[in-house]
Design a protein around this ligand. Structure first.
Ligand code: ARG
Length: 399
């Protein structure tokens, strides 16, 4: 067995990670330090800290990292408009590398030889923790007790918890596995494992049902500067406040529900429900601005690379040079992404309906069919001749 003296554990305060504190101490005779980040999961961290110490941690770190999360992780993916498999705004996936980075910093400071997390052996999150950790500290050991322990069911875990004086939740657990942060909420498992089962209304907590949403549309404006949202309805605010506000506004119109069958990195298809009101709203607005300001080739290439970017994030390759290089690409294309977009929110939809920018490549003089048209129609003929030449030659030999 590995010789481990001190572990930094990613601690949520739930049953799994509380049992893990004890289990690590039992199995390795090691000291356990916990780390809990506030990524906007809407939970009080103080009680989590107390609980960590109560179940046996020697130290419990808590930290509000919402600003850093949005600025250094979420906004990078946002500048690309990256969505995994065209739908998932990557909230959970973007949080893992940040949590891992923080844990590695603590591991260095505390002279710990390992980090630990509560992920299972068949999900994506284990990959993101494990891979980020070795990228940042190649000699670190990564422990994932759930992958190896003998507790085969929730009942066995509860029994273990009771035996070791670990508080067991009294309310009946929801049958779902939920991960939440300021950029979105991920829901899986339980009855959702049947892909033909429609999610019941009560799994949603950030959005109202579109049926219950206001009967009148609401219009809002989003201002962007260099690709980043900076104001809602002309009111400037910091990123945390802005995203919270966007969640609230879009949520009350039922915007941001996503139901998908996605391909996990480990080869399993899984049914996922996401709620990401702010992400869906802001991505729609940003897309509309990009359409206005980017030239065709840049926009098309950005879209292709956005898919790659989403894959890298999803696959746990945050700390890769590939990702850094793609960020440099996106930064160039976001230099002129300054402008205002008006979005209409109505019954579950967020639709960009107006956009403007001092850097727009759109030219009314060129586009118009009215007499102010400055485009020289004569050139159309020569353009078509040359553009069609290869196909004309092919047509000749084919006939
Ligand atoms: N499928 C999503 C992802 O891989 C969400 C994972 C959510 N994790 C959870 N514990 N519910 O990013």
């Amino acid at each position: 067995m590995m010789d481990i003296k001190k572990v930094v554990l990613a601690y949520s305060g739930g049953l799994d990670t509380s049992v893990i504190v004890k289990w690590l101490q039992d199995k390795y005779g090691c000291e356990v330090i916990t780390y809990t980040a506030d990524l906007g999961q809407n939970e009080d961290l103080e009680p989590i800290k107390e609980k960590a110490l109560k179940v046996g941690a020697t130290k419990a770190y808590i930290e509000d990292v919402r600003e850093e999360f949005l600025k250094d992780y979420v906004m990078k993916a946002f500048k690309f408009g990256a969505l995994y498999e065209g739908k998932y705004p990557l909230a959970t996936a973007l949080g893992r590398p940040l949590i891992t980075k923080k844990m590695i910093e603590i591991a260095k400071k505390e002279n710990a030889d390992a980090i630990a997390h509560g992920s299972t052996g068949k999900g994506n999150d284990q990959v993101r923790f494990d891979v980020s950790a070795v990228a940042l500290k190649p000699d670190i050991k990564v422990l994932a007790p759930v992958r190896e322990w003998e507790l085969k069911s929730r009942d066995e875990e509860i029994e273990y918890a009771k035996k070791h004086n670990i508080p067991v939740p009294v309310t009946k657990e929801k049958p779902y596995s939920i991960d939440r942060n300021i950029w979105g909420l991920s829901i899986e498992a339980g009855p959702l494992e049947d892909p033909f089962f429609e999610p019941p209304e009560d799994i949603y907590s950030l959005t109202v049902s579109p049926k219950e949403a206001p009967d009148e549309p609401e219009y809002i404006t989003i201002d962007f500067e260099e690709g980043m949202p900076v104001a809602i309805n002309s009111q400037r605010m910091g990123l945390v406040e802005l995203v919270e506000k966007a969640n609230e506004i879009a949520g009350r119109h039922g915007v941001g529900r996503i139901d998908m069958i996605e391909n996990r990195l480990v080869g399993i298809k899984s049914r996922e429900i996401y709620e990401a009101p702010a992400a869906v709203l802001l991505l729609e607005a940003k897309r509309s601005l990009d359409e206005l300001i980017l030239d065709r080739e840049s926009l098309h290439l950005k879209d292709q690379l956005a898919q790659k970017y989403a894959e890298l994030v999803y696959y746990g390759y945050w700390f890769s040079e590939t990702r850094e290089a793609l960020d440099a690409f996106a930064d160039v294309l976001n230099k002129r992404a300054t402008g205002t977009v008006k979005v209409k929110l109505y019954k579950g939809t967020a639709t960009a309906v107006a956009r403007k920018s001092d850097y727009a490549l759109y030219s009314k003089q060129l586009a118009t069919y009215d007499p102010t048209d400055t485009f020289n129609h004569k050139y159309g003929e020569a353009f078509c001749y040359i553009w069609g030449l290869p196909l004309k030659v092919l047509g000749q030999i084919r006939k």
